[in-house]
Ligand binder design. Structure first.
Ligand code: ADP
Length: 476
């Protein structure tokens, strides 16, 4: 084995998920194992996980952990080496990981300080003889782990630390009055360390203390240093530019595999895709002579969904069609329903979350639209590549890093895999959609782009190699 990594996070597939963070935390152990790195995942024993504790062994305990007893149990569950932090006063509750029926849990600062505290303790002391070389903390919930490690370690030989930003919008704010209750040193309460506009931010604490900072795409790593993306932390991140890098997320190519769909197809045999397209058009009652585009997304401002009503009509008049699957802000759900009502037979909308349907849509679609205003990595454009549903994406974050936009040069080089537009506004999206119609009509170019897209690697291999290289630098 090349080394050992302790991953600390508040979510992990298949145990608990509210967002993409959980997919990454759950996928990394197997992907890193193939690179020779042994990874264990520390997360809270939320109520749903408590029955699983019976299968595990106690490896660590503290009688008073932020208001009650805490202990860590180790075991291998669903193929993941898991360390569960059992602290019923913090985690044994009805509701989600961050909020109950009446909103955010009032003691979230203590709940995730406890997770981070234990992460730092295990990174320093090891777990039943298993001594990690690297502590990998994810998002604000684990942001204090590198801080505790830095403030208590004191020696140069301490475990190296990485903080990964999956979502800069959540920064783990807490009142400065909690400083000592959260076991943080008063001497570090200044703008260069823990203090953030008079309060505490556990994400900022991680950003100033981790040895390395990563985010989920190289372009987003650059964008985060600018005010329009950094959400107040751009200066903190820019100050550490030399330690910041972007590593793309991968997709699970076993789950997202056109050859394993009910109507199978592949880059070398596309007949099944036409069958899947006809089936999905019939399912939604649309007839589309030109390109069939889809949107599979949260319906939010971030995703640029509000641009569709203005951008799409000309595309429809030139033969295009659109199917939207998503849920989110009520006003945008309403706007999508209205769009379908105005264009019957060309636009169809399904409000809801439906994984099975999303597979049928990617199988049948000619293109997937992702007009995001910001996108740390994004997954649907990668599903689109894999299924020959060519991505039409805004030039931001991970979208810019995963799609090779059609241009005279990339087409001549035979490299293009989609359409990239800039800026994220209705005019640029409208022009991108007209470009889509033109490229779709050019059968030979379209077939070449589909082949390029479907053979573009989107699995975890190269990302896992990048994480392994980063860990390797820290473990020396
Ligand atoms: P984000 O995490 O910002 O929502 P991503 O593109 O990174 O965006 O991941 C979104 C994931 O959720 C993808 O796997 C996408 O297919 C899935 N998804 C989003 N909305 C729906 C929906 N309505 N039905 C099925 N899957 C959806």
């Amino acid at each position: 084995m090349a080394g050992k990594v302790l991953s600390v996070a508040s979510e992990c597939v298949p145990f608990i998920k509210t967002g993409g963070l959980a997919d990454v935390v759950g996928a990394l152990p197997a992907a890193l194992a193939r690179q020779g790195w042994e990874m264990r995942v520390l997360m809270p024993a939320y109520r749903g996980l408590i029955p699983r504790l019976a299968e595990m062994t106690e490896v660590w305990a503290e009688s008073l952990l932020f208001g009650g007893p805490g202990r860590v149990l180790a075991g291998r569950l669903e193929g993941i080496d898991l360390l569960l932090l059992d602290a019923p006063h913090l985690y044994d509750r009805e509701g989600g990981p961050y909020a109950g029926p009446n909103g955010d849990w009032w003691d979230n600062p203590q709940r995730f300080a406890a997770l981070s505290w234990v992460g730092a303790a295990l990174a320093r002391e090891g777990v039943a003889g298993w001594m990690p070389d690297v502590l990998h903390a994810h998002d604000w919930q684990a942001g204090l782990a590198p801080a505790y490690l830095a403030y208590q370690g004191g020696d140069d030989a301490r475990t190296g630390s990485v903080l990964t930003i999956h979502n800069i919008a959540f920064q783990g704010w807490a009142s400065a009055a909690l400083l000592s209750e959260l076991r943080l040193p008063a001497a570090q309460f200044h703008p260069g360390a823990l203090e953030y506009y008079g309060n505490l931010s556990s994400l900022k604490a991680g950003l100033v203390t981790a040895d390395r900072i990563t985010t989920v795409s190289p372009t987003y790593a650059q964008e985060l240093m600018r005010p329009e993306f950094g959400m107040g932390l751009e200066g903190v991140i820019a100050a550490r530019a030399g330690q910041v890098s972007g590593i793309l997320n991968g997709v699970d190519t076993g789950v997202w595999n056109p050859e394993a769909e009910p109507v199978a197809f592949s880059a070398g045999s596309m007949a099944g895709k036409a069958v899947a397209r006809a089936a999905v058009c019939a399912e939604f009652g649309v007839e589309v002579p030109g390109p069939l585009a889809i949107v599979v997304s949260r319906l939010t401002d971030q995703k640029g969904i509000d641009l569709l009503p203005e951008a799409v009509p000309e595309f429809l008049s030139q033969g295009g069609g659109l199917i939207v699957l998503g849920s989110g802000e009520p006003a945008l759900e309403g706007a999508m329903r209205a769009l379908a009502a105005v264009h019957p037979g060309r636009v169809a909308v399904r409000i809801g979350y439906d994984e099975g349907l999303s597979h049928r849509l990617f199988s049948g679609a000619d293109a997937v639209l992702v007009p995001s205003r910001f996108e740390p990595c994004g997954l649907t454009q990668m599903y689109g590549l894999r299924y020959g549903a060519l991505p039409v994406v805004a030039a931001t974050g991970g979208l810019a890093d995963t799609v090779i936009g059609a241009s005279p040069a990339t087409l001549a080089a035979g490299a293009a895999t989609g359409i990239v537009f800039y800026p994220t506004d209705a005019l640029a999206l409208r022009q991108a959609l007209l470009r889509l119609v033109a490229l779709h009509a050019d059968r030979k170019t379209w077939a070449r782009m589909q082949r390029n897209a479907m053979t573009h690697p989107v699995g975890w291999e190269s990302s896992a190699a990048a994480y392994a290289a980063l860990y390797g630098e820290l473990a020396q």
